[in-house]
Design a protein around this ligand. Structure first.
Ligand code: SAM
Length: 237
């Protein structure tokens, strides 16, 4: 059976409610997915679980859905955050897509001494996260914070949330599975963390260094591998 078309719609859901489709959603349903009036779509908004809806009108650039019935209740995602140094554009896009698939709750782009960029297009990253959430059958879209410096990240890191820093060539253990505890992973830029940044990380009691093995991984590979290890034992995985 073909997998259902899923759409993220921020509006609240209730049986009978009618929701307008924006131009992008109408194009996706009609032109990309070849659906028409009478077709079924599955909806999620990060709060109300997953709902079935019917396409009641679909034309070029617009359309309307009617919400029918709830298919599953809202479920929690692993309480894992990913802080990642800003990378080249395609690498950032990949990190956002894969982290969303792996269930990350919050993405925090970080400016480090060797970051090659200090800015990113948050609207583009949110669109990538929404598409990955739709495709991976998630019930929520991760939050994406504006870029901040490593110093600010460490200064404002919440109490009670462990931060696992991925450090290459370190005599450190692999990331410990987070279980149900709030956790975070920090991955450096293409050029790695500077010695001063590694000292700053070590100075914080909530930071623990972790190795992902003897090979030097691309930052995006390190993010994916580290997240898989952290999330492996999450009760919501
Ligand atoms: N340019 C650095 C070098 O050659 O030493 C390598 C940096 S690596 C490409 C980018 C980031 O990925 C690192 O800052 C680190 O966070 C993470 N990383 C890569 N390989 C790793 C490993 N084996 N263990 C832990 N972290 C790793």
């Amino acid at each position: 059976m073909a997998s259902p078309v899923r759409l993220f719609m921020p509006a609240p859901f209730s049986a009978g409610a009618e929701l307008p489709l924006d131009a992008t959603q109408a194009h996706y349903l009609g032109t990309v997915m070849r659906r028409g009036a009478g077709g079924e779509v599955h909806l999620f908004n990060g709060r109300d679980g997953e709902w079935a809806a019917e396409i009641v009108a679909l034309a070029r650039g617009a359309g309307r859905l009617q919400v029918r019935r709830q298919l599953r209740p809202q479920a929690a995602e692993p309480d894992i955050w990913l802080a990642f140094a800003l990378l080249k554009r395609h690498a950032v896009d990949l990190v956002v897509q894969k982290a969303t698939e792996l269930g990350v709750a919050r993405l925090l782009p970080v400016i480090t001494a060797r970051s090659i960029a200090e800015r990113t297009n948050l609207d583009r990253l949110r669109a990538i996260a929404i598409e990955a959430a739709e495709q991976s059958e998630r019930l929520s879209v991760p939050e994406i914070a504006p870029p901040q410096t490593l110093a600010d990240l460490l200064r404002t890191w919440p109490a009670g949330r462990r931060l696992t820093a991925a450090v290459e060539r370190a005599a450190a253990p692999a990331p410990a599975p987070a279980g149900a505890a709030p956790a975070g992973l920090l991955v450096g830029p293409e050029g790695g963390f500077t010695p001063a940044e590694l000292d700053a990380l070590r100075a914080h009691p909530f930071v623990e260094s972790a190795s992902l093995g003897p090979r030097i991984l691309r930052a995006e590979t390190a993010a994916i591998a580290g997240l898989a290890l952290l999330a492996a034992s999450s009760p919501t995985n």
